[in-house]
Design a protein around this ligand. Structure first.
Ligand code: ADP
Length: 621
C-alpha cells in the first residue's frame, strides 16, 4: 500500500487526488445507497406492521364480537352459566338466580308466610306471668299440620324454656323448628333463626364439638344460597359466622344495582346488552337480554370472558377490565369504531417477534452490502496498484531515454568538434593531430560500447544470447579483468586491489559475460567513488559458492534504493542529481548474467561509506 501511495504521490498529483475523490465519491454513494435500502426496508416493515396490526385488530374484534353474541344467545335462552357467572332473572315477582347457590343475597327476598300472630296472643300474654300455662296453651299448635302455626308455637316454646333455664327442652323445640322450611318471621327464615339459637345454647353449655359441627353446617348452607336472604340478614349471619365470599358478594351487589336500575330500563339492544360494573374496585361484566317485563342477565367475572376470548379490554376511563394493559402501546379499537362499550387492546408480542425477524434481515442486507463494498475497495486497490506500476515504469522509461540521449550526446559532440578541426586543418602540429585521432577513436569506441551494451541487454532480456558455459578458474578470470581495468583506470589515478583466497573451486560459466559483469561493477565503483581511488576485489568461497566481491568507499546507496538498483532503468537519486553519467542498465545486466549462471547478487551499502557488491556463483565440484 505504501508503495502505491508513494507512487501516486510522486508524479501526476492531480491523478492521485482524482483517485481519492472518485473512491470517496463511490464510498459515499455506496453508504447512501445502503442507508436508503435499510431505510426503505424499515419503512416497509413499519407499513407491514401497521397492516398486520390492522388485520389483527379486525380479527380480534370479530372474534370478541362473535364470543359476545354467543354469550348473549345463551342469556336469551336462559341457560345457567357453567362457571364464573350467575344468571339473574328479574321480573315483577323479584329476582331468581341460576344456579341458585351463586347468589348470596337478594335485593327483594321472595314473599314468605309468617306465623299468624293473633293465634298466639293469649299465649304471649301468659308467657310473662305463667310460663307453665303458656306452654300448655302452645302444646296443641306445636303439633299442627300447618307449618306456619307449628313454627309460631315452637318459636315461643323455645323462648319460654330458654328463659326458665330448661335448655334441653328449649334445644328440642329449636331443633324441631330448624326442620321447618319456607316460614319467615320479620323476613328472617325461622329455620335459620332456630339454628342460630341452637348454636347459642350449645355455646352456653360449652358443647364445643357439636357447636363446631353446627356452625360449619350453617356456614355451608348460608353460602349455598339456601335461604334467599336480604342483604342485612345475610351480612348479620356472615359477620357472626365470620365468613366471606367476595366473588358471590360481588355478584349479589351487582344484582342489587341492576335491580334498582331495572325499572328505568326501557329496552336493551345491540351492544348496549353488554356492560360492566365496578364493585369494590373489581370489574363485573353484565350480559343482558330484556323482554317486556323480564330481564335476564349473566353477571360474570372477567375470567368468564377470558376463558372464551384472549385480549385486553379497558373502560372509557382506561381501567382494565380484562387482560393486562402493561407493556408497549398497542393496537387499539375504540368504542366509536367497534360499537362496544369497551376499548380493545391488542398485545404487541407478535409485533416484537416480527421486528426481530426484520432486524435479522437488515443485518443480512448490511453484511451483503459490506461484502460488496469490500470487493469494490479491493478491486479499486488492485487497479490503483496496476496503474501506479504503469506510471512508475513509464517514468523509468522516460528517465532512461533522457539518460541514453545524454550518454550519446557527449561523445557525439566531441567527435563532431574534432572532425571539424581536422577537416579545416586547424591542427597546430603532427603530435596534436595524432592525439585528436586517438581521441576520435576512443569516443567512437565509447559510442560503440554504449550501443552494444544496449543491444546486448535487449538480447539478454529476450533470452536471445547464447552462453557458452565452460569450467573456469575464477581467480584467473578475475586477474584478467582486474589487469585490463587497471589499464583503463590507472591513468585516472585509480588502483584496483585484488585479494584471492587459495584453492577456490572452479565454476561453470561463460567467460565473456562474467567478465562483463565484473567489469560493470568495477566501472560503477569507479564512477561512484569520487573521493577514494582504491577499489577492492576479493575472491572467496562460502557454503559451496564462489563469492566475487567488489568493494569501494564511494558515495554508497541509501537503504530504500538498495532493493531496486538491480532492476532495469533504475538510477539512484544521488547519481542523477550529481549528473554522474549512466543509463540504469549496468546492474540489471549483472543481475541477468549471474541469474543465468544459477547465482545471485548481494548488495551491502551505507551512504557516505561505500558499497559492496557480491556475486555468488555455484562452485563446480
Ligand atoms: P548507472 O548507469 O546509473 O550506473 P547501474 O545499473 O549500473 O546504472 O546502477 C544503478 C544505480 O545504482 C546507479 O544509478 C547508482 O545510483 C547505484 N550504484 C551502482 N553501483 C554503485 C556504487 N558502487 N556506489 C554507489 N552507487 C551505486
Amino acid at each position: 500500500m505504501r508503495v502505491v501511495v508513494s507512487a501516486w504521490l510522486r508524479e501526476p498529483r492531480h491523478l492521485f487526488a482524482l483517485f481519492i475523490g472518485v473512491a470517496a465519491l463511490v464510498a459515499a454513494a455506496f453508504a447512501w445507497l445502503s442507508w436508503r435500502v435499510i431505510e426503505q426496508d424499515r419503512a416497509l416493515d413499519r407499513q407491514r406492521l401497521i397492516e398486520r396490526r390492522d388485520a389483527d385488530g379486525a380479527a380480534a374484534l370479530n372474534s370478541l364480537q362473535g364470543t359476545l353474541l354467543d354469550i348473549l344467545d345463551q342469556v336469551a335462552a336462559g341457560t345457567p352459566p357453567s362457571d364464573d357467572a350467575v344468571l339473574a332473572v328479574f321480573s315483577a315477582a323479584g329476582v331468581e338466580a341460576f344456579p341458585r347457590s351463586r347468589l348470596l343475597y337478594y335485593p327483594s327476598p321472595p314473599p314468605a308466610r309468617e306465623p299468624p300472630a293473633e293465634l298466639f296472643a293469649a299465649a304471649d300474654t301468659l308467657e310473662f306471668n305463667d310460663a307453665a300455662r303458656a306452654l300448655e296453651a302452645l302444646a296443641a299448635p306445636a303439633r299442627s299440620t300447618d307449618a306456619a302455626v307449628r313454627a309460631g308455637a315452637l318459636l315461643r316454646i323455645g323462648r319460654i324454656q330458654r328463659k326458665v333455664g330448661r335448655y334441653d327442652e328449649a334445644l328440642r323445640a329449636y331443633e324441631q323448628l330448624a326442620g321447618i322450611e319456607g316460614i319467615r318471621v320479620g323476613g328472617e327464615p325461622v329455620d335459620l333463626a332456630a339454628r342460630h339459637i341452637v348454636c347459642q345454647i350449645l355455646a352456653k353449655r360449652r358443647d364445643k364439638a357439636r357447636l363446631a359441627r353446627e356452625t360449619e353446617q350453617l356456614r355451608k348452607d348460608l353460602r349455598s344460597g339456601r335461604w334467599q336472604l336480604s342483604k342485612p340478614v345475610y351480612s348479620l349471619y356472615a359477620n357472626w359466622l365470620n365468613t366471606a365470599d367476595p366473588k358471590g358478594e360481588a355478584w349479589a351487589a351487582a344484582v342489587a344495582t341492576l335491580w334498582s336500575d331495572w325499572p328505568n330500563v326501557r329496552e336493551v339492544k345491540g351492544w348496549s346488552r353488554v356492560s360492566h360494573l365496578w364493585i369494590d374496585n373489581q370489574p363485573v361484566l353484565v350480559f343482558k337480554n330484556a323482554t317486556p317485563g323480564r330481564l335476564m342477565a349473566y353477571i360474570a367475572r372477567p375470567a368468564f370472558l377470558e376463558k372464551r376470548w384472549r385480549g385486553t379490554l379497558t373502560d372509557d376511563s382506561g381501567r382494565v377490565l380484562l387482560g393486562s394493559a402493561s407493556g408497549a402501546p398497542d393496537t387499539i379499537r375504540l368504542p366509536v369504531a367497534s360499537g362496544l362499550p369497551w376499548t380493545l387492546h391488542l398485545s404487541p408480542s407478535n409485533n416484537e417477534i416480527s421486528s426481530a425477524g426484520s432486524a435479522q434481515r437488515r443485518w443480512l442486507i448490511i453484511v451483503g452490502l459490506a461484502l460488496i463494498g469490500l470487493f469494490a475497495a479491493a478491486a479499486t486497490y488492485f487497479v490503483a496498484r496496476v496503474v501506479a506500476r504503469e506510471f512508475a515504469l513509464a517514468r523509468l522509461q522516460s528517465d532512461f531515454v533522457s539518460a541514453v540521449s545524454h550518454e550519446f550526446r557527449t561523445p557525439l559532440t566531441t567527435i563532431r568538434q574534432l572532425t571539424e578541426m581536422l577537416h579545416k586543418r586547424r591542427v597546430p602540429d603532427e603530435a596534436k593531430r595524432d592525439e585528436y585521432y586517438d581521441l576520435l577513436g576512443r569516443e567512437s569506441e565509447r559510442l560503440q560500447r554504449l550501443v552494444e551494451d544496449l543491444l546486448d541487454f535487449r538480447r539478454m532480456e529476450a533470452g536471445a544470447i547464447e552462453f557458452s558455459f565452460e569450467p573456469l578458474d575464477p581467480a584467473g578470470l578475475l586477474r584478467g579483468v582486474v589487469a585490463d581495468f587497471q589499464q583503463r583506470a590507472g591513468p585516472e589515478g585509480y588502483h584496483v586491489e585484488l585479494t584471492a583466497a587459495s584453492d577456490v573451486p572452479p565454476i561453470r560459466g561463460d567467460r565473456a559475460s562474467l567478465r562483463r559483469a565484473v567489469w560493470n561493477l568495477l566501472e560503477n565503483a569507479l564512477k561512484y567513488s569520487p573521493g577514494c581511488r582504491t577499489i577492492w576485489v576479493e575472491l572467496g568461497e562460502h557454503a559451496k559458492q564462489v563469492a566475487i566481491r567488489v568493494r569501494d568507499q564511494g558515495i554508497g546507496i541509501p537503504l530504500n534504493e538498495q532493493a531496486s538498483v538491480l532492476k532495469k532503468f533504475v538510477r539512484g537519486r544521488e547519481a542523477k542529481s550529481a549528473n554522474i553519467p549512466g543509463t540504469g542498465l549496468g546492474l540489471a545486466m549483472v543481475h541477468q548474467i549471474v541469474r543465468s549462471h544459477g547465482g545471485r547478487v548481494e548488495v551491502r551499502s551505507r551512504p557516505g561509506e561505500g558499497s559492496t557488491f557480491t556475486l555468488l556463483l555455484p562452485a563446480l565440484d
